[in-house]
Design a binder for this molecule. Structure first.
Ligand code: PGA
Ligand code: ZN
Length: 430
């Protein structure tokens, strides 16, 4: 049973406070922390921050810590950690709000994840297996990693509007081989960028992708394609983009120059022009297989029009916010065809599992995702395997808070041995 829960404030990969929880049972201590991101929406669970400008510029989380140490701890002590949905429900009942603003989604999520780890230990099974069982399945799948190799948008200081250009080693036979292909291509890209833009072009963004001072999608894609060609992985590595277009939508226009201080207005695009650009890029010689958040979070219409072209997977991030109502609407209206699984957008393990089920029942793809503000918690690696999402994006094959997820996947594959299944070419519907 759960005997004790304590929380503390730690810092995430951006140096911004987040919450870490230690949950104790007779089997030991189980630690978890909440990640944090940039893009948020109105239906998203609320991250509780202190707002005291004199401390961490208002971003402290002492109120969330206090909520865990007092109210949540009091309610959960004595419970069986294997009963994930009951634990999560107790927290939802205690919070009583639709968006978890009372206790804080950051507080609730860290406890929910810590309880999940404790539940696996209680059953003496690996975490991914426990998660699979919670979702009512027994099969597990190693996901195709989506490595960020070029960073832009709100994640980097260059002029590039697109937030991430990623590579997917779908042609690998194992996760380990995918890791090798990703790492080699990343380093090849570094050499190419150094030659073209000098060493400063290899400074990295928040997810570990290189951030050379380029300004068009095409320049970024050309660099990545060249790296894939040079490593000899042509055909085996595909490309994905997270456009994160909400960041540069101005009314009905998209400003591809949104980070430039002196705007000419020249780089404004209508939704229709954006669609045309995506269609052209996919028709060109780039192996693009997935585009995330190609339009503003409110722009359901253009997202739907792009999906109807059927040229690639279209992933909803802040369009959906992992909210079941938004997911259902998007399924009914055929707005997109893949879900971005960011746990802290919803706030509990149980609700995340339900959201994935909704998406999978509609034959959508599911991308398990990090946030730009990450921690040393590797939970999402086990989550991706246990829920067989088929895809995971956790940043570059570089930087500790990103590698902690990928390295955990290497360990899981090793542990599964002969039974390990790598999603590979079945990454969309594993
Ligand atoms: P975030 O977005 O900055 O909101 O965490 C990350 C992502 O969508 O990959
Ligand atoms: Zn995104």
């Amino acid at each position: 049973v759960i005997t004790k829960i304590t929380a503390r404030q730690v810092l995430d990969s951006r140096g911004i406070p987040t919450i870490e929880v230690d949950l104790y049972t007779n089997k030991g201590m189980f630690r978890a922390s909440s990640p944090s991101g940039n893009c948020t929406g109105i239906y998203e669970a609320v991250e509780l921050r202190d707002g005291d400008k004199g401390r961490y510029l208002g971003k402290g989380v002492s109120r969330a810590v206090k909520n865990v140490n007092e109210r949540i701890s009091e309610a959960l002590i004595g419970m069986d950690p294997t009963l994930q949905s009951q634990i999560d429900q107790v927290m939802l009942d205690l919070d009583k709000t639709e968006n978890k603003v009372e206790l804080g989604a950051n507080a609730i999520l860290a406890v929910s994840i810590a309880a999940c780890k404790a539940g696996a230990a209680e059953k003496e099974v690996p975490l991914y297996k426990h998660i699979a069982e919670l979702s009512g399945k027994t099969s597990t799948v190693l996901p195709v990693p989506s490595f960020t190799v070029i960073s832009g948008g709100a994640h980097a200081g260059n002029n590039l509007a697109v937030q991430e250009i990623m590579i997917l080693p779908v042609g690998a036979n194992t996760f380990e081989e995918a890791m090798q292909m990703g790492s080699e291509t990343y380093h090849q890209l570094k050499a190419i960028i150094t030659e073209k833009y000098g060493t400063s072009g290899c400074n990295v963004g928040e997810d570990g992708g290189f951030a050379p001072n380029i300004s068009s999608f095409k320049e970024g894609l050309d660099l990545v394609k060249e790296a894939i060609d040079q490593t000899g992985y042509n055909g085996k590595i595909k490309i994905a983009m997270d456009v994160a277009a909400t960041n540069f939508c101005l009314g009905t226009k998209y400003d591809l120059d949104f980070k430039s201080p002196n705007k000419s207005g020249q780089n404004f695009r209508t939704g229709e022009e954006m669609i045309e650009m995506y269609v052209q890029l996919c028709a060109a010689d780039y192996p693009i297989v997935s585009i995330e958040q190609p339009f503003d979070k409110e722009d359901w219409e253009n997202t739907k029009l792009l999906s109807a072209h059927g040229i690639c997977q279209v992933v909803g991030d802040d369009l959906l916010m992992l909210n079941p109502k938004c997911i259902e609407r998007a399924i009914n209206e055929s707005t997109c065809n893949a879900l971005l699984l960011k746990m802290n957008q919803i706030g509990t393990v149980t609700e995340a599992i339900k959201a994935v089920k909704l998406a999978k029942d509609a034959h959508w793809g599911v991308v398990t995702s990090h946030r730009c503000g990450e921690t040393e918690d590797s939970f999402i690696a086990d989550l991706a395997v246990g829920l067989a999402t088929g895809q995971i994006k956790a940043g570059a094959p570089c930087r500790g808070e990103r590698l902690v997820k990928y390295n955990q996947l290497l360990r899981i594959e090793e542990e599964l041995g002969e039974r390990a299944v790598y999603a590979g070419l079945n990454w969309r519907l594993p």
